[in-house]
Design a protein around this ligand. Structure first.
Ligand code: ZN
Length: 388
């Protein structure tokens, strides 16, 4: 448990002093505080295999039933004129993990996401080259989280400019650069302690899951060669249009998931590459220090106000329509409803974070890791109410 809970911070502070021996330019305590802001990792091995396209869209004429490329771990399909979606299936491999896609006009192309590894980014560029030889204007990380950015180096090595929200560079360095060369045992020690000290079976399961994810983040951060965006996007200058020749993309920034979220909208075709502002058929991942529940729900309200035929390429999960946005909003509502009841009953935030009960109707909604999603959503709601 780190970052979103005082219990976690105490546990982190109780770690071994061996960490201080590292050549990191800050104290062990601040190191642990900083590294607690790493990007989301998902229990890929435990993920429920998901279809690439939500059932509601099975008959949508814009979405091609046959992919133009399919490697198991991800497939690419046409979803509009010059628009393609890359949909991951982590149950078949961890090369991409998140979704992405690309837009192709007669003058240029725009790639979306650096994925979790260079082979993931390579797969997407290869798929693009089967349909177009147009120069690539840029590859956009929709936000800094490592499953969207660790493959950036592949694009960089191929001379493709890396685009991202202006704060992405700083947050990659702080979150993943800080992990490189760090003492693994010291880093994970507090999380192992939190598993041992869990007071209930449910809490122990949540902490174990968390430890497994964080271990993977550590390993991935240490095996990646970090590549930082060289085309920072100032959010105050958004929205901005990107003319690819016959296809016009609009970049917009919204709050909620990471404080660095940029989406790609194609208003003429009602298509939105939403990054992690949309989790499709999954509980929202809200652990980030800059994630805000109120901001995210406001963003989803805006998405819901767009055309009823809008197609969303989510950061994770199948391509969805407005029904996917409605589900995500309903999940936030349900978490809030249960959290409010617990708060009124005098249950403290950290206890409440483990006690949410998944309603029968949401039994098939995926949870990547409780402590990255449901837990922090509850503690953040309490914080928004001024409660603990
Ligand atoms: Zn994310």
């Amino acid at each position: 448990m780190i970052d979103f809970s005082s219990k976690g911070r105490e546990a982190a502070g109780a770690g071994s002093d061996r960490q201080a021996a590292n050549s990191l330019p800050f104290s062990r305590r601040s190191f642990l505080a900083k590294t607690s802001r790493f990007g989301a990792f998902y229990a890929v091995a435990k993920l429920i295999p998901l279809p690439a396209v939500a059932a509601e869209l099975a008959t949508d004429s814009r979405v091609s039933q046959t992919p133009i490329a399919d490697k198991g771990f991800a497939s690419v399909r046409k979803i509009g004129e010059g628009l393609y979606a890359t949909i991951s299936d982590p149950s078949k491999g961890f090369q991409t993990v998140c979704n992405g896609g690309f837009l192709v006009g007669k003058d240029g192309a725009l790639l979306i996401e650096g994925f979790i590894s260079a082979p993931g980014a390579a797969f997407q560029l290869d798929a693009l080259r089967t349909v177009s030889q147009a120069p690539v204007k840029g590859a956009l990380d929709t936000h800094y989280h490592y499953d969207h950015s660790m493959g950036n180096a592949f694009y960089g090595a191929n001379g493709i400019p890396l685009w991202a929200h202006a704060n992405v560079t700083k947050r990659i360095v702080e979150s993943y650069g800080a992990l490189q060369g760090a003492d693994k045992a010291a880093f994970l020690g507090p999380l192992e302690k939190a598993v041992k000290e869990a007071k209930t079976e449910t809490a122990r399961k949540h902490r174990e899951d968390y430890l497994a994810h964080v271990t993977n983040v550590f390993n991935a951060s240490n095996s990646a060669v970090l590549a930082l965006p060289n085309h920072p996007i100032d959010p105050s200058k958004l929205p901005t249009k990107v003319d690819l020749g016959g296809v016009t993309a609009v970049l917009e920034s919204y709050p909620g998931h990471s404080g660095t979220d940029v989406i790609v909208r194609v208003p003429e075709q009602n298509v939105v590459y939403a990054g992690d502002l949309v989790f499709s058929n999954m509980y929202p991942v809200s652990f980030d220090a800059q994630a805000t529940v109120s901001g995210w729900r406001q963003t989803l309200k805006t998405f819901a106000s767009w055309d009823k035929d809008t197609l969303f390429v989510p950061g994770h999960g199948p391509i969805c329509g407005q029904e996917g946005i409605a589900l995500l909003r309903a999940l936030f509502d349900d978490i809030e409803e249960q959290a409010q009841k617990m708060h009124k009953a005098g249950v403290p935030a950290l206890e409440a974070a483990d006690l949410y009960e998944i309603p029968e109707k949401y039994k098939n909604v995926a949870i990547f890791a409780w402590d990255f999603s449901i837990g922090p959503t509850i503690t953040k709601l309490y914080a928004e109410w001024g409660a603990r």
